[in-house]
Design a protein around this ligand. Structure first.
Ligand code: ZN
Length: 67
């Protein structure tokens, strides 16, 4: 699918860019800036543990030494 994307740097509308193929990246035909559309940025959720919660996953020192 092709898109008409406005360059966030100079405001020029770039017609018919294929963002699916480039994972959202485009090079502006006017100013040459490389930008990525935020709709295509993959996000990963990273769990945040408190020190107390992380302690459940810790291996006692004497068990670690025997391996
Ligand atoms: Zn531009």
């Amino acid at each position: 699918m092709s898109y008409d994307e406005k360059c966030p740097v100079c405001g020029t509308v770039n017609h018919g860019v294929n963002l699916d193929e480039t994972e959202g990246w485009m090079i502006c035909e006017h100013c040459g800036s490389e930008t990525q559309d935020s709709r295509f940025i993959r996000r990963a959720k990273i769990p945040v543990l408190s020190a107390k919660a992380a302690a459940k996953y810790a291996v006692p020192f004497d068990l670690r030494a025997s391996k």
